[in-house]
Design a protein around this ligand. Sequence first.
Ligand code: NAD
Length: 308
Amino acid sequence: MKVTIVGAGNVGATCADILAYREVSNEVVLVDIKEGLSEGKSLDIFQKSSINLYDTKTIGSTNDFSLTKDSNVVVITSGLPRKPGMSRDDLIGTNAKIVQSVTENIVKYSPDCILIIVSNPLDVMTYQAHLSSKFPRERIMGMAGILDTARFKAFISYELNVSTKDIQALLLGGHGDTMVPLPRYTTVSGIPVTELIDDKKLQKIIERTKFGGGELVKLMGTSAWYAPGSAAAQMVEAIVKDQKRIFPVCVKLEGEYGISDCYLGVPVVLGSNGIEKVIELKLNPEERESLAESRNHVKEVMSVLENL
Ligand code: NAD
């Protein structure tokens, strides 16, 4: 199995490191536009293989996409991250061009690959990659939901002083302030979280989750990478190992939840064919309304892209 990661920056290199360490594929190719960056990081990751005990080969490439030929899965992380004061949507102009050119190059050498987009604004960059690749929806998706639920789980864990391992959570919608965390579908070892945390505290946790990315941008001056890189690697692993995992993933909705032609995060089954099933939850009126709001926001940004 061969996995390519485009963008050897913070998120891309973290993802490559985890894939190598976990021996998810035999080969990981890192591509970046910055001369030497991907070669250096690939070499560094390979040089620790004898310490961390793995056999994955990591290969770097400065913009030579021929090295990515016949990749099974490709993760696109190339693009600007946010700086303090910016919203993800502010990145659209620059990142759309980058995602477009990178996707075209990837498709040239790996027409049958499965594409995972990470660049922001996430839902709309997934749409951009769809426009540039013309891939069916099964093979094109965006990473956001795993990260956003991981943040939700972390904050619940702090509140209850329990392991994050025992928390199951779900959220829907776009990767932004309109995301829709679902306490009704969140449990701690099977116990509904609503029985463990009172509504006021839970609402605070939900708000912190929605702005979880911004909290880190403010602290570090750039966006996060450990959790995003890990989340993208978890999606790659589910596909490469045909694990049939259920994750919230950004996918093109085709009538599910009463929504068409919009890229939004919903639970899906991930396996060797990519998105093998979109799971439709029975939402209550309040959740349905929040999802509609999120959909309207993503649609607005999609139309900005169409008019660029
Ligand atoms: P970074 O600046 O550390 O890395 C981005 C890399 O992309 C740089 O090394 C840059 O040289 C490279 N690049 C730019 N144009 C390129 C091109 N045409 N071809 C190949 N490489 C190119 O940024 P980062 O922190 O790794 O974040 C990357 C992207 O992921 C950003 O858009 C960020 O907003 C996004 N992000 C998304 C999520 C999510 O949940 N979906 C989470 C975190 C970050």
